[in-house]
Design a protein around this ligand. Structure first.
Ligand code: PLP
Length: 493
């Protein structure tokens, strides 16, 4: 399997190299062009466990790992980490289905991929005979950071540094990160928003690409953000798993298409759905759900991507993103691998903050994607209604998806089953979730957690319940221009 940089034909890589590098030398994202060798026989998956489905699907995408190698790797990655062997249970709520992706160690859907990525990176390092320490640099809007720390801490041959926007993550998210154990971890706040932190990390990669300072420190930089293809591949698996569950429960017949509604930020999760579709999964629509930062809603509806707009801090902070990195991969796929087009559009975005995609690309996109947005009020309202009507408790991100799913059903009901991807435990955002289901007024994020449990009786995940007893270890906060220096200092230690 060949992965192409989205920006120029010359930078190709096999899976191990793509996983190790994270981002291509020209700043593009490693993406396959043909899905012919990746076709999945769904009838063969029906009798498989979640781990086996995962190994099968990831193995198809990352072709240079053998089947046995992949099976062992995935088994070890998930063993004992998730609340259920099912990994990603599917719940029926009213007439629709909620795919719970948050049953992992940090209670966010990013655990599904970030449990696997460190092992993929370690395996790739061995395969390619690399001696340098792999240094993971990650910008986080809240959930990736903790999930990456949890995945990489004390993994031999790796170090990880996480940057998060100061004041831009919830109390609980912050506590999860700054209390992280491990000798190879670093956590630092950045004065700015998530886009600043993400741009800062991209600039550090670009600087090393030019000036090669990391090698001098015995290090090689890599990324755990969803720009890494090793991060995307494990996410494709749960689309297949959910589909199998629907067939096995006789909710659909094998071959029936399904709508997936996806709370979206960086366009990684929903792009995994597009990969699944191209690998043979019957998908009717992929519904892209945004919060008040609705740059993707506008893009899908108009073809104009314009990040020159107000940035909102919302109750769904992991979706507070104006530059959705993985959309670049979609533009590449939808244009049939038009390197020139993608690199031009990305240059326009960088330089002018806006671009217009060709109509042909938008037509391809709209045949599969639908888009909508919901603000905080609509999301909190959905949490309250779904709790009252069905006794099902959603987090704020999932609730954005629920509200958008309701609009979608009202606007273009195509009659197929809807699966809403649930991306976080309600307890990660206890304060807002509590405000949606009661009048209680907590003093802190942890107080809110207790009250939410008392009001709803829903169990608190262990990883969150134990947080308040842990001491913060990381108090650093830097300007966005000082991120590079920070990394160099950390590596020199
Ligand atoms: C990361 C995240 C999202 C957005 O996922 P993308 O892959 O960035 O689109 C949504 N909800 C939660 C809780 C997240 O952590």
């Amino acid at each position: 399997m060949v992965f192409y940089s989205t920006r120029s034909r010359e930078h190709t890589a096999a899976a191990a190299e793509a996983v190790l590098k994270g981002i291509a030398p020209d700043g593009g994202l490693y993406t396959p062009l043909s899905f012919e060798t990746m076709q999945v026989d769904i009838s063969a998956l029906l009798s498989m466990s979640a781990v086996d489905i995962s190994a099968e699907v990831i193995g198809k995408i990352l072709g240079d790992f053998s089947q046995e190698e992949m099976r062992a790797l995935i088994e070890a990655a998930y063993a004992g980490k998730f609340e259920t062997d099912d990994l990603t249970p599917l719940e029926k709520v009213g007439d629709d289905f909620v795919l719970e992706l948050f049953r992992g160690p940090t209670s966010a859907f990013k655990d599904v991929a970030l449990s696997v990525l460190p092992r993929l990176i370690t395996a790739a390092r061995e395969k390619l005979g690399v001696d340098d320490e792999i240094v993971i640099l990650t910008a986080t809007s809240g959930d990736t950071g903790k999930a990456a720390l949890e995945g990489f801490h004390d993994v031999p041959g790796t170090k990880i540094i996480v940057f998060y926007p100061d004041g831009g993550v919830s109390d609980v998210q912050k506590a999860q990160m700054v209390t992280q154990a491990g000798d190879n971890v670093g956590v630092c706040a950045v004065r700015g928003n998530f886009d600043d932190a993400q741009t800062g990390v991209k600039n550090i990669f670009a600087d090393d690409e030019q000036n090669h300072w990391a090698a001098g420190l015995g290090a090689r930089l890599s990324s755990a953000n969803s720009i890494n293809i090793g991060r995307l591949a494990p996410q494709v698996a749960y689309y297949f798993k959910a589909y199998c569950d629907l067939v096995l429960r006789a909710e659909i017949r094998l071959g029936d298409p399904v709508n997936f509604v996806v709370p979206t930020g960086n366009f990684g999760d929903i792009l995994a759905g597009e990969f699944a579709r191209r690998m043979g999964l019957p998908v009717a629509k992929l519904v892209c759900a945004s919060n008040a930062n609705n740059v993707l809603t506008d893009f899908i509806n108009t073809g104009v991507y314009d990040r020159r707009r107000k940035f909102y801090r919302t109750a769904s902070p992991s979706m507070d993103i104006l530059v959705s990195s993985n959309l670049e991969r979609y533009l590449f796929l939808a244009s049939g691998g038009d390197f020139g087009l993608v690199s031009n559009l990305m240059a326009e975005l960088r330089e002018k903050g806006v671009y217009t995609a060709p109509e042909a690309v938008m037509e391809t996109m709209r045949a599969v994607f639908s888009a909508g947005c919901a603000d905080d009020r609509a999301a909190l309202d959905a949490i309250g209604r779904v709790w009252n009507e069905y006794g099902y408790l959603m987090d704020t991100h999932t609730a954005v998806g629920w509200a958008v799913m309701e609009h979608f059903k009202a606007r273009e009901d195509n009659g197929w089953v809807n699966v809403l991807l649930s991306t976080a435990s309600p307890y990660k955002f206890s304060r807002d979730v509590l405000s949606a289901v009661s009048d209680a007024e907590p003093e802190s994020g942890f107080g809110a957690m207790d009250m939410l449990r008392n009001v709803t009786g829903v169990a608190v995940p262990d990883g969150l319940a134990s947080l308040r007893d842990r001491e913060p270890r990381f108090l650093d906060c830097v300007d966005k221009d000082a991120m590079l220096d920070y990394v160099k200092r950390q590596l020199a230690r």
